[in-house]
Design a binder for this molecule. Structure first.
Ligand code: FAD
Length: 414
């Protein structure tokens, strides 16, 4: 280990930050390692928050990402329940909200993303969902009973609806676009998702926006742009997130929709970003972007946070040792559990030129669909069929031509 890297600070004590810390230790970093987290919790898992925690199958004791002994072995100086408030790059120091300075030689930014709330929604019984505390508040409201409305039919909204239905609650799902998950899946599969919700007894209202919040202290419902009133004593808003970058204003880092990094997820010398907060040029995207400048992306999914946290740590160490850095170029991947089905996607699924169901069928509710972009296989979506997703991941990575991908699918069928 070179002398240059004695103190590494990771801001954000969650999935990406924890994986960065583990990689630092795995790869021989013996110096001082500090993890700063705004929440009071040790790192815990978020996917169960909208699933098992809301249905009541799990309690919070199932959420920690690592056991106490695994965390002890990492020799971390935990700074929890305190927020980093500013960064001074030149001084190589950050400041906590109470003014305490923390100096570093290497920094990993893993502050994730924060839910967007809607104006006028500051009523009791209206929630967003990102943290364990949010999930417990929503669960308590589910336990009170009464009608639930969910605004936004992306992953989080759709999963909250699904968990509410699993508890037998009466639920409305309001979506501004014409179908749920239209952005990530495209129109054909989004129509499938709409049927899935309706068959599960969800009152699905697509192409509708909330124009008014009804109630006194506690929410009683929402008015839609059609004039209709949806009564609800609990409302969950799932209209997306923004990267948590406010504390980096005036830091000298390039900030836009995320911390802008290079292909090594480096934001500045000895400063890296990972997880939902990181925007970087994924080299995997290059063949899909003809005239555009090299496109950048930000991924809001679990597997990316794990892999990118590790990549950031590994490149920080390589930089300090004068070794070559490694570009971070994964195929994006996510899963979502809705109404008893697992939807998995890999690659780039939207916008697309063509989509074709190549195995199973929408009617069976078990299928794999391939997506094409600019003549290449760009993505795959598998519903209730994880094995099929894995079969196409390598073809996606290899930028297989669309006609060859279809031929491979026909071969698999025989
Ligand atoms: C309810 C829910 C369900 C999900 N389900 C799935 C799923 O099924 N499949 C999937 O692929 N992905 C899912 N995800 C997404 C996945 O959990 C995220 O992509 C992942 O948590 C991102 O990890 P991260 O470490 O980048 O950010 P986060 O997990 O958001 O952690 C960032 C941490 O930084 C802290 N922080 C922020 N600002 C500061 C500051 N200034 N100082 C100190 N600390 C700060 C935050 O409090 C937070 O603890 C889900 C997410 C949620 C919320």
């Amino acid at each position: 280990m070179t002398e240059s890297l004695k103190r590494v600070v990771v801001v954000g004590a969650s999935l990406a930050g924890l994986n960065a810390a583990e990689t630092l230790r795995d790869q021989g970093f013996e110096g001082e390692l500090t993890l700063i987290g705004a929440e009071p919790n040790l790192p815990y898992d978020r996917p169960p928050l909208s699933k098992q925690l809301l249905t009541g199958e799990w309690d919070v004791d199932r959420l920690p990402l690592r056991s106490e002994s695994e965390l002890e072995a990492l020799r971390i100086n935990w700074v929890l329940g305190r927020r980093a408030a500013s960064l001074d790059l030149a001084a190589r120091a950050l400041r906590l909200e109470d003014g305490e300075p923390i100096a570093f030689d290497g920094l990993i930014i893993a502050t994730g993303a924060s839910p967007i709330s809607l104006p006028g929604s500051e009523l009791e019984g209206v929630h967003t969902l990102r943290s364990e505390a949010d999930a417990l508040r929503i669960r308590a409201d589910f336990e009170r009973g009464g009608r639930v409305a969910v605004v936004g039919a992306g992953f989080i909204g759709a999963e909250v609806v699904s968990s509410a239905r699993a508890r037998g609650l009466d639920v409305a799902l309001i979506e501004a676009l014409d179908a749920p998950m239209l952005g990530p899946l495209g129109p054909d599969l989004a129509a499938f998702m709409a049927d899935l919700h309706r068959d599960a007894g969800v009152d699905l209202r697509t192409g509708r926006r909330v124009t008014e919040w009804l109630g006194g202290e506690r929410v009683e419902g929402v008015r839609l742009d059609s004039g209709e009133v949806i009564e609800a004593s609990t409302v969950v808003v799932g209209v997306g997130v923004r990267p948590t970058v406010g504390w980096l204003a005036n830091s000298g880092l390039s900030i836009g929709d995320g911390v802008i990094c290079d292909q090594y997820v480096r934001a500045a010398p000895d400063v890296y970003a990972a997880g939902d907060v990181c925007r970087w040029p994924n080299a995997y995207l290059r063949p899909f972007a003809y005239a555009e400048p090299q496109p950048t992306m930000r991924v809001e999914h679990w597997t990316n946070a794990v892999e990118q946290g590790a990549a950031a740590a590994s490149n920080l160490l390589a930089e300090s040792r004068g070794e070559p850095l490694t570009a971070f170029s994964p195929i994006p991947y996510f899963w979502s559990d809705q109404h008893g089905l697992t939807v998995m996607a890999a690659g780039i699924t939207s916008p697309h030129d063509a989509v074709q169901v190549v195995h199973g069928s929408l009617a069976e509710r078990r299928f794999a669909a391939l997506y094409a972009r600019h003549g290449y296989l760009s993505g795959v979506v598998a519903v209730a069929w994880p094995r099929m997703l894995r079969r196409y991941q390598q073809l996606i990575r290899d930028h297989t031509e669309w006609r060859d991908a279809l031929a491979a699918a026909r071969e698999l069928e025989t």
